[in-house]
Design a protein around this ligand. Structure first.
Ligand code: G
Ligand code: G
Ligand code: MN
Ligand code: NA
Length: 259
């Protein structure tokens, strides 16, 4: 099929840089409102038309090449930071979240590849948050959990993405090695007007508090939702209220404007 053929061509080393790009979505601290980092989101177009990651990511996952895109993402973080440096901005504070597929983690060389690529770019694992969805963690739980612990020891921050949508059981939360919860936007975007969403939202926040893990609210679209999340003690916010995901050059302008 056409998408698969085109994707295969884009995945060639020579084509990667032209055909894929990263959109950076700002993440802010609720207490200071300061920019603290960004989630890096993969973008790919076919014939000039953007194709949803929900369509092309699974195809690349099954081709066994998703790690190539993860390493490409690191190269784009490096590029961003070097461009920020030239604008004489202290970028030391920013953290970058990248989405990791569980099949990458199952590759025994995953950690080694991440670490050597970061070293090549003179980036510290302390700057990188690895986002994993809960549902991806069900299979191979023990193995994945060991890898996560090792990644944490190297300084990576482990984020549980789309929290509340995936796994039916909470028992894994007692054992899983993670550092932060990202509450899914389905609980956030309409929270102000919906009592039931508020109950679920508040329960997730209090669960995170009891586990002493910070929480990121995704999909905050307006001031009311921002104020609500802040009042509940949510530490970090991501969503259209601040900005949609931005191409590298626009994200640089955003950082400069935030200073
Ligand atoms: O903007 P949005 O449609 O970009 O992103 C949808 C989803 O696509 C993200 O939540 C994430 O699950 C997935 N995604 C985006 N970029 C990447 C990536 O680089 N790697 C992986 N594995 N998933 C990604
Ligand atoms: O990794 P994950 O699937 O959670 O990626 C976040 C997705 O949510 C991306 O597709 C991004 O474009 C989208 N997104 C980010 N902020 C908002 C928002 O405020 N509203 C909506 N509707 N979508 C958002
Ligand atoms: Mn994510
Ligand atoms: Na999410």
């Amino acid at each position: 099929n056409k998408i698969e053929t085109e994707l295969r061509a884009s995945m060639q080393i020579e084509a990667l840089k032209n055909d894929f790009h990263i959109a950076f979505q700002p993440i802010h601290d609720t207490s200071t409102e300061c920019l603290i980092g960004a989630e890096c989101l993969m973008r790919w177009s076919m014939g000039g038309k953007p194709v949803s990651p929900a369509t092309f990511i699974p195809i690349i996952e099954s081709s066994g090449e998703i790690n190539k895109l993860t390493l490409f993402t690191l190269s784009q973080i490096r590029r961003l930071l070097s461009e920020l440096d030239t604008e004489a901005i202290d970028s030391g504070f920013y953290l970058f979240s990248i989405n990791i597929s569980v099949i990458e983690i199952l590759d025994i060389n995953f950690e080694k590849k991440l670490l050597s690529t970061l070293a090549e770019y003179h980036l510290s694992p302390n700057k990188i948050k690895l986002e994993l969805t809960e549902s991806a963690l069900i299979d191979n739980f023990n193995y994945v959990n060991e890898v996560l612990m090792s990644l944490q020891r190297h300084g990576f921050i482990i984020s549980l993405d789309d929290f509340g949508t995936g796994f039916s059981s909470l028992s894994y939360l007692c054992k899983l090695n993670f550092d932060e919860i990202k509450i899914d936007r389905s609980f956030v975007t309409n929270v102000v007007k919906d009592d039931r969403l508020q109950s679920v939202f508040n329960s997730i926040v209090s669960l995170a508090k009891n586990l002493e893990k910070p929480i990121v609210a995704e999909g905050v679209e307006d001031m009311e939702q921002m104020i609500y999340a802040k009042a509940k003690g949510v530490e970090y916010i991501q969503g259209y209220h601040y900005s949609k995901p931005l191409p590298l050059e626009e994200f640089i302008s955003y950082v400069v404007a935030d200073k």
